[in-house]
Ligand binder design. Sequence first.
Ligand SMILES: CC(C)(COP(=O)(O)OP(=O)(O)OC[C@H]1O[C@@H](n2cnc3c(N)ncnc32)[C@H](O)[C@@H]1OP(=O)(O)O)[C@@H](O)C(=O)NCCC(=O)NCCS
Length: 377
Amino acid sequence: MEKLIPGLEGVPLMEAQVGFIDGQKGILEYRGIPIEDLAERSTYEEVAYLLLWGKLPTREEMGKFDHDLRTHRRVKYRIIDLMKCLPENGHPMDALQAAVAALGMFYPAKDVTNQEQNYWSIIRLIAKLPTIVAAFERMRHGDEPVKPRDDLSHAANFLWMLTEEDPDPLDVHIMDACLVLHAEHTMNASTFSGLVVGSTLADPYTMISSAIGALTGPLHGGANEQALRMFREIGTVENVRPYIEAKLKAKARIMGVGHRVYKVKDPRAFALQGLAAHLFKVKGEHPLYRVAQEVERVINEHVGAKGIASNVDFYSGVVYDKLGIPIDQFTPIFAIARVAGWLAHWMEHLKNNRLFRPDQVYTGQHDVPYVSIEQRV
Ligand SMILES: CC(C)(COP(=O)(O)OP(=O)(O)OC[C@H]1O[C@@H](n2cnc3c(N)ncnc32)[C@H](O)[C@@H]1OP(=O)(O)O)[C@@H](O)C(=O)NCCC(=O)NCCS
């Protein structure tokens, strides 16, 4: 019998050059550049270029890419109308997935060997995702969507479209760094899901909508939302220890901690904690920051030795909450960022495409006689 590897843990899928993780040392690099440097010194637009084309852009290349993104932010009114028909109490990730799948009908891009067409699909997807997320947010509260502004950066424009207010420069900096930190993370469930769909030579909109679907789950992107809900449920620093100990005793999962690859604290959690500290210093501490820190301490004490530590989703919630972002928009923001990584892997895989068709270890029966419905018990 072939060896079964549940969850394909540790099984290499392909040769890749987009991102790199060392889970023992807590290293994450995009195209070889440490994530900490990018979060501090780069921008989301530049990082997207880096991921997609494998090098930091020259001033001229950056200018063109940025211009193309800025001029493709608008979405067709029919996409807006489509979202208006969705239940306003539905999850924004579901609205995003539906709208992205629909984009493919407006911008047919079926020939994935056409590089020019792929370029514009990439531009449209990166540019329009924030517009879709912000539009759904506005409409579910009965407000008109806010038109994107070409004079603002990717992060600033997103905040503008959410509130119709000129965004605060510190908020823009924090949002931009958060997008950088979430832009790529090698062969995780959503990237794999996108690659499986991409390997059938389906168009990039379909590929991205499948990756968005995978990201919704609480074991993946959905954990940031769940982590903040947990901090809210705990409420006070005093409640942390009994709450976490009871959960661990019951073998329940603590959201925002643990990782399939990292066996030490996720470098993105360090970076997010740094951003949180900076933001709270200027704008006042988030009431649940101390709860989060205490959760981290108790987790470390009990299961740290097992390699369970804070991941990217642990501190992002308190940061987004402080920026006034609604809790169920945390995962859509993750998607707005990760679309660059998904597309970079998709392009890489297309160069040497092979249809994914894994095997199984069949444990069912054989030669079972068909019994007519009258004779079944
Ligand atoms: C991400 C995750 C699915 C990866 O876990 P995994 O590689 O499948 O780890 P395993 O399920 O093999 O768990 C190994 C051990 O650690 C424990 N563990 C792992 N994550 C845990 C968590 N979040 N809370 C409590 N215990 C956890 C498991 O119970 C298991 O314990 P055991 O050896 O006593 O049975 C898991 O850590 C998790 O569910 N985390 C919470 C969700 C989350 O934050 N996801 C975002 C990831 S970026």
